[in-house]
Design a protein around this ligand. Structure first.
Ligand SMILES: Nc1ncnc2c1ncn2[C@@H]1O[C@H](COP(=O)(O)OP(=O)(O)OP(=O)(O)O)[C@@H](O)[C@H]1O
Ligand SMILES: [Mg+2]
Length: 645
């Protein structure tokens, strides 16, 4: 800190000096030296964004430490782009398609002359994906442009045609594009064609300042003035200069300012076809008309458009649009359908907002379940809740066996799944409502959120059958699901050191099942006595998941084989490794405290022992993420709704 300087002054000074370092200014001749050292400086727009995406690195989806991934993606490898990964959840395939577009376009494939079009339902993340790319550009450091050019033009355009071959060889790059009318005039008028003296500056991309990033909002169809896209002639200057004089030009349209970077078209198909032609020419031919009589102007920009499916279908059904359709790369952006990832979306949005309330365990999970159920297509192969769990990479156990349903087939049977249903915004509004109803407790929980979702569903403008279906999810499927979760939570909170007990049951089961299968004996760890495997004990676990009689033998073999295979692969096994056994062990543990749990929780008055147990249970819940407020709510709810005889 310099003497007498406040903390604020210091920050401002340091920021300014670091920015000034980025403010390079020189002559074109100096710029040539820079490009000679680093030809990447003269990258075209697509390649620049491709670099931005790749700079954060790529991992394979199987490298993520998530056991569900293996079940969901099998052996298919899929690139996960870190650039997007911390903000976008469950749409890895969509992101990979976008990344592939930029990769091919950076190699100047056909994609570099096509519009990237994101199509999906409301709130599926289209705008956010585009914003992320824009922010990437803004943070990508500086690029070089002819000083004063309204289009931040690439300085290499100054090189006369006849010299380009030679320069290309020396610089190791390809030079494309020609000067805009404004720079052409400036070169002649101010520099007498001495292009090597033209000043060049370093600039930063900025959406707000309209540098390298242009945005085209949906325009009033009755007033489709192309000046929004390509700028206009300044009428006030027309009496000073003649009509053909470039000094009357205001090249401030979105396609002008988006030169070098990106132009975003929001709700693109709301625009008239004429309008879209300017967009298409800009990508296909890389030129746009200059306003008035100034010919065509070269542009180098990535065009990204987005809209919902209805608009796309309408546009597509009109045959006169064929030429445009042929020049669009469509990337579908459906809703995420993975439960674990959906909850992350809301956590992210809440984190970015001023929302600072407590969120009870399973709250976002219940809201996410509702969102996903509403998006799933029914199948004869299983009920929707099972489908939801399978899509989440969970194993669904039925009659002691893991359900064998192929996820790939499920997905193939429902091609347009994820393109409709409840949007992220719908859920967010319900979360907000749940909080405003409990400002005092400053906490939201699954119960208040489910109520808020029901209220919203009743209020919202929805087709009748959708409303009926949503209410069924909320009042039936989700109600049951939550009660099951809650019963588990409370009961577990009654079991003294749950994890340890579960592990020890698991180890015991393995020892005895292994001995049983191999027809050997079990060694008592304390007395080192050789004992017969305890079938009674094995049965007491198995019957929890309805494995009885002759089914037991097969089950034991499966468990041993599964765990053998896991440990051979070097996977550490625990009671959670084999889903059916995990379920059996949990049930067994919970059965042991079910009665006491029911009695103590429901009791209106408790004796001393019961009070002690109750308090320990509450302590455990608090340690597991409940707050004083929601622990009360869920326990009352349990007392009224659980263990109905
Ligand atoms: N898969 C996802 N991962 C992370 N965040 C998501 C995802 N899907 C949606 N969101 C979040 O949901 C919110 C709404 O998304 P966004 O505004 O980008 O949607 P949109 O597709 O542009 O919707 P619209 O068609 O209504 O304009 C944003 O906060 C966004 O970050
Ligand atoms: Mg949007």
């Amino acid at each position: 800190m310099e003497q007498g300087e406040s903390k604020f002054q210091q920050m401002i000074r340091e920021d300014r000096s670091s920015r000034e370092n980025g403010h390079w200014r020189g002559k074109f001749i100096d710029y040539l030296e820079l490009v000679k050292k680093d030809s990447g400086l003269a990258r075209l727009a697509h390649s620049r964004i491709n670099e931005v995406i790749l700079a954060s690195g790529i991992t394979d989806i199987h490298d993520l430490a998530d056991p569900h991934i293996k079940r969901l993606f099998k052996d298919d490898s899929l690139n996960v782009y870190r650039f997007f990964a911390d903000q976008f959840f469950g749409i890895e395939k969509v992101v990979a398609k976008i990344a592939r577009f930029f990769h091919s376009a950076s190699l100047k494939g056909e994609e570099s002359r096509q519009v990237l079009y994101l199509m999906g339902p409301v709130g599926s993340g289209k705008s956010s994906l585009v914003e992320k790319l824009q922010r990437g550009l803004e943070e990508s450091g500086t690029f070089y442009a002819i000083e004063g050019c309204p289009m931040s033009e690439e300085p290499l355009h100054l090189l006369p045609r006849h010299l380009r071959k030679e320069f290309e060889k020396m610089l190791g790059i390809k030079i494309e594009g020609d000067l805009c009318p404004v720079c052409r005039f400036m070169l002649k008028d101010q520099y007498g064609e001495r292009y090597e003296e033209v000043p060049v500056v370093a600039k930063s991309f900025s959406k707000r300042n309209r540098v390298g990033i242009g945005v085209v909002p949906p325009v009033d169809p009755n007033n489709q003035d192309t000046s929004v896209l390509i700028g206009s002639e300044d009428i006030s200057k027309l009496d000073k200069y003649s009509e053909g004089d470039p000094r009357v030009l205001d090249l401030n349209g979105a396609l002008n300012v988006g030169n070098r970077g990106m132009v975003e078209f929001i709700e693109v198909f709301k625009n008239e076809t004429e309008y879209l032609h300017a967009m298409i020419t800009a990508t296909q031919e890389k030129v746009i008309p200059a306003p008035g009589r100034h010919g065509m102007v070269y542009v180098d920009t990535v065009i990204v458009a987005h809209s919902n499916e209805a608009e796309w279908q309408k546009f597509k059904s009109d045959h006169t649009n064929e030429a445009i359709l042929d020049r669009i790369v469509v990337v579908k952006v459906p809703y995420n359908l993975r439960l674990s990832e959906e909850a992350k979306i809301y956590r992210k949005i809440l984190h970015n907002s001023d929302f600072r309330a407590h969120i009870a365990p399973h709250t976002l999970e219940i809201a996410s379940m509702f969102a996903i159920l509403s998006r799933l297509t029914p199948t004869p192969k299983c009920d929707l809740m099972t489908k939801l769990k399978l899509y989440n990479g969970e194993e669904v156990v039925e009659k002691g066996r893991t359900k064998k349903i192929d996820i790939t087939e499920l997905r193939e049977d429902a091609k347009s799944e994820g393109m409709s249903g409840v949007s992220t915004r719908f859920i967010m509004k319900a979360l907000d409502n749940a909080l405003s109803d409990n400002i005092k407790g400053n906490c939201i929980n699954p119960i208040s959120v489910r109520e808020a979702l029901i209220a919203r569903t009743k209020e919202e403008d929805l087709p009748d059958d959708a409303r009926k279906q949503y209410l069924e999810f909320l009042q039936d499927a989700l109600h049951k699901e939550y009660l099951e979760i809650l019963e588990g939570e409370i009961t577990k909170a009654f079991v003294y050191s749950y994890q340890e007990q579960a592990e020890s049951l698991f180890q015991n089961y393995l020892d005895h099942a292994e001995a049983y299968v191999n027809k050997t004996k079990v060694k008592d760890p304390n007395t080192r006595e050789e004992l017969q495997p305890d079938e009674g004990f094995l049965k007491s676990i198995e019957e929890q998941i309805a494995i009885i009689g002759s089914a037991a033998e097969g089950f034991r073999q499966e468990v041993i084989a599964y765990l053998w295979a896991s440990s051979r692969r070097g996977v550490k096994v625990s009671y959670q490794s084999y889903e059916p056994l995990k379920e059996a062990i949990e049930k067994k543990l919970m059965t042991s405290v079910r009665d006491i749990s029911r009695i103590v929780t429901k009791a209106r008055t408790r004796d001393e022992i019961q009070t002690g147990k109750y308090n320990v249970m509450v302590e455990n819940l608090l340690a597991n993420g409940y707050c004083e407020n929601c622990v009360d709510v869920v326990l009352k709810y349990a007392a009224n709704n659980l263990w109905k005889d």
